[in-house]
Design a protein around this ligand. Structure first.
Ligand code: 5GP
Length: 116
């Protein structure tokens, strides 16, 4: 593991366990270890991109793949129709703690707005 890697690199590599709910050639998704809702899944790209700010134009398709995965997961979890929230935090004020971009997929209860 290089100093650029995060815990998510180890999950991608299968070096630490995760409850994987979806994977394809570009993204992988697993349940959050500290769930904030009955369904709380993290969708991450296999390639490490530290923050939204680090996205290159040629990586735009990865974001689309992450959202397609989120929608598939929501259907599988039975929350597509009741509703859910997708969140990608960025840097300190955004609440990002793991510097490998990830889309939170939260549902299974009514979520309040605005977020804290
Ligand atoms: P952030 O705060 O960066 O937006 O979200 C990071 C998320 O990763 C948090 O919700 C946290 O609970 C989750 N997380 C951190 N370490 C692990 C881990 O080792 N396994 C899993 N499944 N989730 C993790």
């Amino acid at each position: 593991m290089t100093d650029q890697d995060t815990i998510f690199s180890k999950i991608i590599a299968g070096e630490i366990p995760a409850d994987i709910v979806y994977e394809d050639d570009e993204v992988i998704a697993f349940r959050d270890i500290n769930p904030q809702a009955p369904t709380h899944v993290l969708v991450i790209p296999r390639v490490r991109i530290a923050t939204i700010n680090d996205l290159d134009p040629d990586q735009a398709g990865i974001i689309g793949r992450m959202y397609l995965a989120a929608a598939a997961i929501a259907r599988n979890e039975g929350i597509a129709e009741s509703g859910y929230r997708t969140v990608m935090n960025c840097n300190g004020d955004g609440g990002q703690t793991v510097f490998h971009i990830h889309l939170h997929v939260l549902g299974g209860r009514a979520l309040t707005w605005p977020p804290g």
